[in-house]
Design a protein around this ligand. Structure first.
Ligand SMILES: NC(=O)c1ccc[n+]([C@@H]2O[C@H](COP(=O)([O-])OP(=O)(O)OC[C@H]3O[C@@H](n4cnc5c(N)ncnc54)[C@H](OP(=O)(O)O)[C@@H]3O)[C@@H](O)[C@H]2O)c1
Length: 334
């Protein structure tokens, strides 16, 4: 099969190449997916990049990308044979990934390959897994959001865009999104944000408070960049509020204004999909699939490239300039 691979970490153009690789055999409780479209996420970039200060060493041959959509063509022991032929959206949420989705075939745990409704394209299916599951888990894990005011930081990001939509679907009374440019503001509004605030504005606290209806009025925060926003979040969150942070790229280990949070009895969850309990992921996937069936979710695709353009795809993802998902077309299976 054709597959993108790397066997040492580094810059996309230094380490990524296309090779002919044996088609992998599914192991126990795995499915093999004939991939139609592969989806990139920041985690794929972080996995491929050489961490600062480290020197490149040989690692096991890795085909990148955890998310994808396609058709199950073979199942391993323990998986019902009637899944063969099923259209699926899938995510390879195990940390040691060898056969990712940037190839003709990928291996996924059977419980992480979900039915893709007929009315949803493979490209849409490849947008969904990590972003929509992360958004769902950041909204529906702790206190109910129904009737509450929810702030989604980065409301035009891959996760944020689904978080705004899912917060609306989940019955939040107000959904406020932050963005940094007009193009992103339009996206966040189209996702259903009732108010969109420029997070770079010097007045960001007041602007969010005005949108929320006063100080200490944001009940739940979906946080993309905890280190950058922690002081702001501490200032605006409501008493008994909840905050689910799924990213902190600006500062991995920020100083936390503990007292400000404690005085309001705030719950802070530092969330990671890889360690999210299986039953919550299953609930998220069931609800997301049902929303796909009803065609109520919007998806945003920034670019669709070919497998031969894998380096370009990674560089676009890393640029931070695109809005929406970067996808890699593998095969036309429709
Ligand atoms: N914990 C998990 O399980 C999990 C799951 C998925 C993703 N992640 C992580 O979450 C982050 C985002 O992933 P993604 O796929 O959504 O990326 P993305 O599509 O690049 O979106 C990130 C968004 O966050 C915005 N942003 C950056 N700094 C911000 C700030 N201080 N305040 C408000 N918005 C800000 C960006 O806007 P600008 O253009 O203004 O920068 C962009 O719109 C990445 O670090 C990723 O690794 C973690």
């Amino acid at each position: 099969m054709r597959a993108a691979v790397y066997d040492s970490k580094g810059a996309a153009r230094d380490v990524l190449r296309i090779v002919d690789r044996p088609v992998p055999e599914p192991g126990p409780n795995e499915v093999r997916v004939r991939i139609a479209v592969s989806g990139l996420n920041p985690t794929d970039i972080k996995a491929r990049k050489l961490p600062p200060g480290q020197t490149a060493t040989r690692i096991p041959l890795t085909t990148p990308h955890r998310d994808g959509a396609g058709i199950i063509d073979k199942v391993g022991p323990g998986v019902a044979a009637d899944r063969i032929g099923e259209r699926v959206w899938a995510s390879l949420l195990d940390r040691s990934m060898t056969f990712g989705t940037a190839a003709d075939f990928a291996l996924a745990p059977a419980h992480l390959a979900w039915r893709l409704p007929d009315g949803t394209s493979f490209a849409e299916g490849a947008c969904i897994p990590i972003p929509a599951l992360t958004a769902y888990c950041a909204l529906f894990r702790d206190e109910p959001i129904k009737g509450k005011t929810v702030l989604v930081h980065g409301g035009a990001g891959a996760v944020g865009f689904y978080a705004v939509q899912l917060a609306r679907w989940g019955g939040a009374s107000k959904v406020i999104a932050t963005v940094s440019r007009e193009e992103q503001a339009a996206k966040a509004r189209s996702a259903g944000a009732g108010a969109v605030i420029d997070y770079k504005s010097p007045d960001v606290l007041r602007l969010i408070e005005d949108a929320a209806g006063g100080p200490n009025a944001v009940h739940h925060i979906v946080e993309v960049n905890f280190g950058a926003n922690v002081a702001l979040d501490a200032a605006l969150i409501a008493k008994n509020g909840t905050l689910a942070a799924y990213g902190s790229d600006a500062e991995a280990n920020p100083r936390i204004p503990f007292s400000a949070f404690m005085q309001k009895d705030v719950l802070i969850r530092a969330a990671i999909l890889y360690e999210t309990p299986r039953d919550l992921i299953a609930r998220a996937a069931t609800d997301i699939t049902s929303l796909l069936e009803k065609k109520v979710l919007q998806h945003q695709i920034a670019a669709q490239l070919s497998l031969d353009e894998i380096v370009d795809a990674h560089e676009k993802q890393e640029s931070g300039q695109t809005i929406g998902k970067i996808l890699v077309d593998i095969a036309k299976l429709d």
